[in-house]
Design a protein around this ligand. Structure first.
Ligand code: ADP
Length: 588
């Protein structure tokens, strides 16, 4: 979070009137909405959220116990902003972009109060390689140089969007801190590697386009049945223990985004510790470099102040937009948006606002849609294209999807991965319910899958969907009369569906190979099962009893394709297909 800069206008300090948890009111404070203020003698960071006459309401991002009426409130006159520049990757921030490692150094393991720390290191030098020359004309957003931020990512230094731009009159090259000027313009504007942006405002773009490329997740049920677009929005609702965190982490680890912003919002500390400890150890599957080299983590755990939970989502999406501006595909995960909504609810109730459904503020839906609106596939103002894909976990109490956060999210997002407690209990992972989930991107992404994976990708997917649908209907009958009462062809369909569930939809996140499945392999698994289907129905038509068909010993091997190394999978499936064919033909 940026340190407030001094401004010339004289501003009156206010005085604390009342303190209610994270909400403080002050009188006599000369402030505007969303100004950052320092509250009390300890100078706790807060933000103005309501102004009524002489009374200002502030949400405070730090613990307020011991703060009382009469203490001063100082206004910075600046909106809540993030520091943007090299060094954000490989960082772990709190909800107001204070680097956790720096905080810990300053204060020990117990996060103290009133400590500010810049979001990016102001002393570190970076090697700036210019991409403009004296005499060039640059416009807002234009890329003026590159900095190797991590082993994986080149950080593009851009003219801030709120500059006028103009002729370049001086360019530097070499090692500089983020505050030193690297490019100077004729109108006196100076470009540094660092810029600030108010978190509650979307960064500008030229155009929001229809996404046509998938965010390849390496997760079969997602890529295969419910794909997410680069620049798309998705929600993962699910009860406790159904796999929300694992699913989000799988996306953070394996999706083919250039940059990942992972927001741990209000979840328990130990889950976030897992992420913080795990991620720095893990290699990036695309480059072999550390995963953190493309990742920015924002951690606001359940024991941290509730108002900073409200802000962490904005901090995260603003950082995501900044990398999008450089032309990168960014994937943002928020775990969990329910905890974010609960923070809104708590603050709203302290403000004594008129509660909406289940006590959530009436603006819940608006806030959720403003957040997801900032995702998209964009043409940036510098002409590059970049995307922000936003994936929010939702934790409905008791797994009841009819509650307000799930319902409002459903109206906004276009991909819905519904996690299911029953599936999780049966150890069917990922526990994404294929009957309830959907993706509205399917059709617009089909051309990509046809060109890049297989021309009949949509047909093969539809075939699998039809079989699973039929299974769903047959299951109702099976519950009543038992499987043996079904005619042979329906029994066979159930067997095909079982392989679809076990070999295609199930995927073990904890298995070295199975954890990531390229779309080519996903396709091959489904076509392998389809071969079984086609051959088996031929055998059935030729009079072979269903019991004998499903008993051939080639079949169980279908369930081992997922754990077969990617470069051997195609041959392995071909062998199974050959065996299925020969073993079945022996029966008639
Ligand atoms: P939630 O965040 O919804 O409470 P988690 O993501 O922590 O649930 O998942 C609970 C447990 O379920 C995990 O510890 C893991 O054992 C299991 N699990 C979830 N998804 C998978 C998966 N794709 N593969 C293997 N195990 C999984």
């Amino acid at each position: 979070m940026s340190q407030a800069t001094e401004t010339d206008d004289v501003r009156e300090d206010g005085v604390i009137d009342s303190v209610s948890g994270p909400v403080v009111t002050a009188t006599d404070l000369d402030a505007r909405m969303n100004d950052v203020v320092y509250v009390g003698t300890e100078g706790l960071m807060g933000e103005v959220i309501e102004i009524e006459g002489n009374r200002t309401t502030i949400q405070v991002y730090e613990e307020t116990s011991g703060v009382g009426p009469g203490e001063p409130v100082e206004n910075t006159g600046e909106p809540l902003s993030v520091d943007l520049g090299p060094g954000m990757l490989d960082s772990i921030y709190d909800g107001v972009q204070r680097p956790l490692d720096v905080l810990e150094e300053k204060m020990g393991a117990f996060l103290d109060r009133g400590v500010d720390a810049p979001g990016i290191d102001l002393e570190k030098t970076w090697e700036f390689e210019p991409e403009v020359e004296e005499g060039d004309e640059v416009e807002p957003g234009d890329i003026v140089g590159v900095v190797p931020e991590t082993v994986t990512i080149d950080h593009k230094v851009m003219v801030p969007p709120d500059y006028e731009g103009g002729e370049v009159v001086a360019v530097e090259s070499g090692n500089f801190t983020v505050e030193e000027t690297v490019v100077e313009l004729a109108n006196g504007e100076e470009v540094q590697m660092r810029q600030e942006w108010p978190v509650r405002e979307a960064r500008p773009a030229s155009d929001k386009m229809t996404p046509t490329e998938p965010l390849v997740t390496g997760q079969r049920v997602q890529d295969g049945l419910f794909p997410l677009a680069k620049g798309g929005t998705a929600a993962i609702p699910g009860p406790f223990g159904s796999g929300k965190t694992v699913t989000q982490q799988q996306l953070a680890k394996w999706s083919d985004a250039d940059i990942v912003v992972y927001i741990g919002c209000g979840e328990r500390g130990n889950e976030m510790t897992e992420v913080i400890e795990d991620f720095p150890e893990l290699p990036d599957p695309q480059t072999g470099n550390p995963l953190m080299a493309r990742t920015c983590l924002i951690a606001n755990t359940s024991n941290m102040p509730v108002a900073a939970r409200e802000s962490c989502i904005y901090t995260g999406i603003t950082i995501a937009e900044f990398y999008r501006d450089m032309g990168y595909d960014v994937a943002l995960m928020a775990d969990s948006t329910s905890r974010w909504a609960e923070a809104m609810r708590e603050i709203s109730s302290r403000l004594e606002e008129m509660p909406g459904e289940e006590g959530y503020p009436a603006y819940l839906a608006a806030r959720l849609s403003e957040f997801y609106e900032r995702a998209g596939y964009f043409e940036n103002i510098n002409g590059t294209e970049g995307s922000v894909s936003a994936v929010g976990a939702v934790s409905p109490p008791g797994g009841d999807f009819s509650e307000p956060v799930t319902q409002n999210t459903l109206r906004i997002v276009k991909t819905f991965w519904a996690l299911d407690a029953d599936l999780a209990e049966r150890r069917h992972f990922p526990a994404i319910n294929w009957n309830e989930s959907y993706s509205l991107y399917k059709n617009q992404l089909d051309p990509w899958f046809e060109d890049n994976v297989a021309a009949d990708w949509p047909d093969v997917r539809q075939w699998a969907v039809d079989v699973l649908d039929e299974e769903d209907e047959l299951q109702e009958i099976v519950q009543l009369v038992g499987k043996d009462a079904l005619p042979d062809d329906q029994q066979l369909t159930l067997e095909v569906a079982r392989y679809l569930r076990e070999a295609f939809l199930q995927q073990n996140a904890l298995h070295d190979v199975d954890t990531y499945c390229p779309p080519e392999k996903t396709y091959r698994i489904v076509t392998g099962i389809k071969t079984f289907h086609d051959e088996a129905f031929e055998a059935l038509d030729a009079g072979v009893p269903v019991d004998e068909i499903v008993d051939i010993d080639a079949l169980p091997r279908l369930n081992r394709i997922g754990t077969t190394p990617d470069d051997e999978a195609d041959e392995f499936v071909s062998e199974i297909e050959d065996d299925i064919e020969s073993q079945l033909r022996e029966l008639y």
